[in-house]
Design a protein around this ligand. Structure first.
Ligand code: 5AD
Ligand code: SF4
Length: 469
């Protein structure tokens, strides 16, 4: 999600006449995108910002974007006074305006602006903003002569960050954000407070972007949202309005698009129609990431996840009844406040029952502003670490068994690149598994190509094979 946000921000800046450079040393303007989902994210950000301090003397301008920016707000200016811009993701659509404010501040300080292509901004602590420029998309203030622009007040917006141009780094597989924000308010999660309320793009706009990507040669699209399947088409005309499953199918039917993925789905909004769409449209990948978080209904309730273990398993049953085998992956949090041994045992049992192809497991980490911060019964870190280890060991055994059954079969992969050290090509299956393979020297498969591979060996997290020639 954050990677794609950066692609959209870069695209927006390029449209404004900026040019992307390789390193901080070469840049005049440095924007630092941040995530605060777990751990001590804030601390990491402040540490990194203090590394940037030395560049300030060289006249570089700094901005902090993303969830830590939204969460810490103006505290960032206090702790890192050389930062000039702090903006959360709900304000990104105002970035051009905010950047113009920064530039105007530079002009007001009579700093000659470099030629547009490598436009950079310089700050000069001795000159502030010119009158009339103190309010725009964000709020610009002058404090001790420093320029400070904030984009922090847009979390209630209905508008999405639609970009005319997105600087996608992969020429074959690209992301499209279809819904921003989150209204679920799980007890442990910071996202609703940092990314703002749920808002969807029109299906028309999403499909136009998908067609444009197909025209540019993309063959794989990944639809993104914190809660991708809570998508609600805001199209004015009700006959044009699409459900999430309909949009998914429509993207899968765009000529030239061979693979469509979507992440992350919330079990509460996961309807059978999504499985029906996967059944009906071959381009929809045989993979669903459906975070469960816990196998205990009691803990799910404390987490405010809005479903029970049984309801979650019902959705798994729909997927298992699909025409194609759907690979299922999940996220789990261990050590949520009050999680007993018996709750944890239910999570382990759920892993066996579902048979996931990958599990992303995390130790519960208390996050600012979240309701679970106030819960008693914190689990000691050593115990969280033990549970995490037990869970990962169990899942490793499950994956060893699950990956083994591919040996001897043929899979189609999209070629992602080459591992020179191992003389192997790297491929990805529709199940989202890494399948590394060897090929005769004459074959030379190109990144982005779709080829067939015979699986010859399996590991807990990947497969090995030979190109079918
Ligand atoms: N502590 C630990 N894990 C968390 N996640 C989200 N918030 C927290 C938290 N406070 C995990 C969830 C989510 C994934 C993206 O990150 O498992 O699905
Ligand atoms: Fe966070 Fe829950 Fe929203 Fe996912 S659904 S982003 S875990 S609040």
């Amino acid at each position: 999600m954050n990677v794609h946000d950066s692609e959209k921000v870069i695209g927006t800046l390029v449209q404004e006449g900026y040019r992307q450079v390789e390193s901080v040393e070469q840049a005049d303007l440095v924007l630092y995108n941040t995530c605060s989902i777990r751990d001590k994210a804030e601390q990491k950000v402040f540490n990194r910002l203090s590394d940037y301090k030395k560049y300030k003397k060289q006249g570089k301008t700094f901005g902090v974007l993303g969830c830590v920016a939204q969460q810490e707000g103006e505290k960032i200016f206090e702790r890192a006074p050389y930062v000039s811009l702090v903006a959360g993701s709900a304000s990104y659509r105002n970035l051009p305006q905010m950047l113009r404010q920064l530039e105007e501040a530079a002009v007001a300080r009579e700093i000659p602006r470099p030629a547009d292509e490598d436009a950079g901004l310089r700050d000069d602590a001795s000159v502030g903003m010119s009158p009339g420029n103190t309010r725009g998309s964000g709020l610009a203030t002058r404090d001790s002569g420093l320029v400070r622009i904030t984009g922090l007040d847009d979390r209630e917006t209905d508008k999405c960050f639609e970009t005319e141009f997105t600087a996608r780094s992969n020429p074959h597989r690209g992301y499209i954000t279809i819904i921003e924000g989150c209204d679920k308010f799980c007890a442990y999660c910071v996202v609703p407070y940092t990314r703002g309320k749920e808002r969807s793009r029109t299906s028309e706009s999403v499909l136009a972007e998908a067609r444009q990507m197909a025209d540019l040669g993309y063959t794989e699209i990944q639809l993104l949202g914190q809660n991708v399947n809570s998508y609600k088409d805001p199209a004015g005309n009700s006959s044009a309005r699409k459900t999430f499953a309909e949009l998914l199918a429509a993207v899968g039917e765009v000529p030239g698009i061979r693979r469509v993925r979507f992440t992350t789905s919330h079990p509460r909004d996961f309807g059978r129609d999504i499985v029906d769409a996967i059944d009906a449209v071959p381009a929809l990948c045989d993979h669903v990431h459906l975070p469960v978080q816990s196998g205990s209904t009691r803990v799910l309730d404390a987490m405010q996840r809005l479903y029970t273990r049984e309801q979650y398993l019902e959705r798994i049953a729909w997927m298992k009844a699909a025409k194609r085998e759907i690979s299922i992956t999940t996220d789990v949090i261990v050590g949520f406040p009050g999680e007993t041994e018996s709750d944890f045992a239910q999570t382990l049992d759920l892993l066996d029952e579902v048979g996931y192809d990958a599990v992303f497991a995390f130790k519960y980490s208390p996050r600012p502003n979240t309701p679970s911060l106030k819960l008693d019964d914190a689990i000691p870190d050593t115990e969280k670490a033990r549970r995490l280890e037990v869970l990962m060991a169990r899942q490793r055994e499950i994956q060893i068994e699950r990956y083994k059954k591919y040996v001897g079969t043929q899979c189609e992969v999209m070629v992602e690149g080459r591992n020179e050290a191992r003389s192997q090509w790297i491929g990805r299956t529709t199940h989202n598994k890494t399948l590394n393979f060897t090929a005769p020297q004459t074959a030379n498969p190109k990144p982005g190509a779709y080829v067939r591979v015979t699986v010859t060996n399996s590991f807990p997290n990947s497969l090995l094979g030979e190109l079918v020639v």
